[in-house]
Design a protein around this ligand. Sequence first.
Ligand SMILES: *[C@@H]1O[C@H](CO)[C@@H](O)[C@H](O)[C@H]1NC(C)=O
Ligand SMILES: *[C@@H]1O[C@H](CO)[C@@H](O)[C@H](O)[C@H]1NC(C)=O
Ligand SMILES: *[C@@H]1O[C@H](CO)[C@@H](O)[C@H](O)[C@H]1NC(C)=O
Ligand SMILES: *[C@@H]1O[C@H](CO)[C@@H](O)[C@H](O)[C@H]1NC(C)=O
Ligand SMILES: *[C@@H]1O[C@H](CO)[C@@H](O)[C@H](O)[C@H]1NC(C)=O
Ligand SMILES: *[C@@H]1O[C@H](CO)[C@@H](O)[C@H](O)[C@H]1NC(C)=O
Ligand SMILES: *[C@@H]1O[C@H](CO)[C@@H](O)[C@H](O)[C@H]1NC(C)=O
Length: 671
Amino acid sequence: MTERLIAHRATQSTQWHIHWRIPALIGFAFFMGVVFALLQHFLYIYLHHRHIEDEDKKFRWVLYGRALAYLAKVAFGGCVVIIFRQRIWRTFRNRALSVLSIDQIFGATEDPSLFANWEAVSSAPIVVIIALVIWLIPLATIIFSPGALTFGNYLEAETLQLTLPTINFTMETIKDWRNPVKLPDGSNKRSVMFYNTTDIDGVKPGWFDYYDQPSAELRRIAILLAYSNMDHPNIAQGARQDNCGGPYNCTYEQTFLGPGYQCAEVARGTGDAGKLTEYGAPFNMSSLVPEGRYVFLGDVDRGTYAQPQAGEFRKGPGGVPVGDPDPSLGVFKSEPVLWIGYAVNSTEWLAPDDPLAKNWTHRYDPAIIRCVHMETKYTVKWDYVEPLFHSTTKREYLTPVVDTNFTRRDNGEPNETDPQPESNWISPRDDVPLYKKTAAYHAIGEMFRDFLRGHVDLEPPIPGPYYAQVYSDVTKTRLVGKNSEPLANLTDEIEEFYSDMVLSLFSAPEMLAIDTEKLTVNRSRIQSSFVYVPERLWQCYAPVIFVTLVIMLFGAFTIWEDGTTFSVGFSRILVTTRNTTLDDISRGACLGNDPFPMELMHTRLKFGVLNEGNDVEYMGGDGYQSVGHCAFGVASEVGPIRRGVPYAGLPDSGLKRRAKTETATEKDNFD
Ligand SMILES: *[C@@H]1O[C@H](CO)[C@@H](O)[C@H](O)[C@H]1NC(C)=O
Ligand SMILES: *[C@@H]1O[C@H](CO)[C@@H](O)[C@H](O)[C@H]1NC(C)=O
Ligand SMILES: *[C@@H]1O[C@H](CO)[C@@H](O)[C@H](O)[C@H]1NC(C)=O
Ligand SMILES: *[C@@H]1O[C@H](CO)[C@@H](O)[C@H](O)[C@H]1NC(C)=O
Ligand SMILES: *[C@@H]1O[C@H](CO)[C@@H](O)[C@H](O)[C@H]1NC(C)=O
Ligand SMILES: *[C@@H]1O[C@H](CO)[C@@H](O)[C@H](O)[C@H]1NC(C)=O
Ligand SMILES: *[C@@H]1O[C@H](CO)[C@@H](O)[C@H](O)[C@H]1NC(C)=O
């Protein structure tokens, strides 16, 4: 077997061509490195701002990223290592290096002591730099590149359509209390008012329902708002979560129609008559502080819906009137106008000669305002910001709830029993939906007026004592300050307080007036998630790719120059150390044990052609029969390897010696 191999090999010489394997490997390794880096990038992009609840899954995703980083390291590292192996042979050919350096260069990929070896660093800088790159690539890829993916909080913002509660009085206008509207849980929806009727069964010809009073639910809503003393409407518990569709911050805007009080100041200042007579005001400045006693005066029931509507009712429930109902039964002839007088301490001292200084120390500014109950277009912007909410309300006043005015008596005073025009009276017999809407608005207005009715008196500080006497529910609301005196900007406060009362219907989703609609919601939340910073990843990979590419081009150039490719396997070392000089100087070190004799370590060796001069005699006539032999040797005995020369093997090896005896006769004959 061996003999046959020897016989075959005897005819072989070096192959001076570049085998495709090494260049292909280099290219493939580089390509795979880039692919893994890109895969890591895309994985991180996929994870960016992704909220993953499960800790286990999170952990796994991180590991996948690291695995890709590791694979990228293997690829780039592999690419550079192959070139490193190409290049070291060039170094061995160019320079005589100590055995120690040669050892360290061969082991440079596992053993960093090469970098502390001045001989290697100074005489083989390129090889050392490439080795250094091999050591640094894992740092950039495995250690730093996964740092591009971190955990963090980010603001997740989106705009979407949600079904949200709104106010729509249409259901109030079409609903008959005999057929309640059911909620999903089986309970009934609640109206804002209670009705009386002319026929409980609703079958008699000409029957109709007429307004009785605000419903218990509306009372609860109104009283809760007034007593809460908050400067915002009451909203349902968990409204933010429900309306934003989860634990978000959200904003949205909605518009709807509802009742609203439009207020205007008609007179201001002591003695000012303003437009009081024009509008038929029931009182003037002489009633208000400082001329009069009232620091607040609410006259809010002029021409209101009469309670009760009929003189006599049948026994039992329903408020069925006895006999034929009066034509005016249940008719809204007018909607009361709010007449509010109030005075505010200007905190300015009165001049001593002022007639008012007899009883007052500071100037009081009285004012009279008039509020009309209007159908109003509300535009509400809800801003739910954890843990609070804000609502900004814009009101556009459309038409009076009941558009009638009192006629005047001969003396100019309003005739409250005769609002005109009669065509604007709203009767329960004709337009039932309009009647019910008016009644619903009236009910809410009635709850509001309950709080404004009455007066707050002020005892002047001179002769004193100075104190307020309260004959009104207004002091239970946010409309007055701590000293029971009304707020300075009462005109706006009244409008807003009423609008908040209307918006407080949202706190009771069981109300008929609460409907749903689709609205565009902007919402956001702080999400803990992966955060990917691509710059950080490419700050790691860009240098690696660039340096690897440079080394790769350099390697390609080296291979082209060398005309062949190299490797560092044991076999290659085996065949490049067949040199008798080495045998001679390494006598006693054949065990390969450690430590290697020091004097051998410092022997300088070079890779080259042994005894080239002596080989001439073997150059046969056909020119390719050279047996020039490449091996490590001491610098003096090796010559440079020349490209294209068909080096074959040992000139005076055992093969030759063995062959000499066997083929002596043959050889002689040829010669
Ligand atoms: C109010 O509700 C009625 C019936 O439920 C519906 O036809 C109408 O479109 C709603 N109005 C608004 C402004 O959503
Ligand atoms: C104010 O009203 C009173 C009656 O309440 C009346 O006597 C007085 O003349 C009125 N003052 C003015 C300025 O109209
Ligand atoms: C409704 O009927 C009741 C009797 O059942 C009566 O006490 C009440 O005053 C009536 N309401 C109106 C507005 O007439
Ligand atoms: C008006 O305000 C001033 C300054 O705050 C205060 O000293 C004075 O007592 C007030 N007057 C009355 C009557 O409350
Ligand atoms: C005003 O003060 C005088 C004494 O200074 C007093 O006699 C009079 O009763 C006071 N007027 C009022 C309305 O308190
Ligand atoms: C009622 O009076 C107000 C204010 O004077 C006026 O604007 C309105 O047109 C009147 N309404 C009717 C129906 O006359
Ligand atoms: C809502 O906004 C507030 C204030 O900006 C913030 O403190 C809170 O964390 C936010 N909540 C959510 C769920 O985003």
